[in-house]
Ligand binder design. Structure first.
Ligand code: SF4
Length: 140
């Protein structure tokens, strides 16, 4: 069994965790001892919340709403490639920024991301997009 040390992705606390992997599947988790964030402790999500990783219902590719093969807000969700999804997102961001200015956009991140992910996300919005309209789901 392989032991993989990583950061729990469920919340921004960032507990350190050891995942035990057998035949490419996570079979159990335990807290890393003597780590400054969680010092051998985990909440229930960190201990037991790993089955979703292998769920067949998990989304693994982006979905785009399409009608007649093209993006449409009224279309059906269709599986797409990351390249197509990122191109669509980029073109929509540019279009909105050109038409209404950077403050017409906002970034909404997640408490389930690591602190590092959230840092990069807010930096991207402030520097690359040019707006301070940033928040994340912990306020909901
Ligand atoms: S979900 Fe629980 S175990 Fe995971 S980082 Fe947050 S507090 Fe730690």
């Amino acid at each position: 069994m392989k032991k993989v040390q990583t950061t729990c992705p469920y919340c921004g606390t960032g507990c350190n965790i050891n995942l035990f992997v057998e035949n490419g599947r996570i079979v159990k988790a335990e807290p890393t001892k003597n780590h400054p964030v969680n010092d051998g402790e985990l909440c229930l999500k960190g201990w037991y919340g790993w089955e979703y990783v292998h769920s067949p219902d998990r989304l693994k590719k982006p979905l785009i709403r399409k009608k007649n093969g093209k993006f449409s807000k009224d279309g059906e969700l269709v599986e797409s490639t990351w390249e197509e999804a990122l191109e669509l997102i980029t073109s929509k961001i540019k279009e909105i920024k050109e038409k209404y200015g950077a403050d017409a956009l906002m970034g909404f991140s997640s408490a389930r991301c690591t602190n590092e992910d959230n840092y990069v996300f807010q930096k991207f919005f402030r520097v690359a997009i040019g707006t301070n309209n940033i928040d994340h789901c912990a306020r909901l």
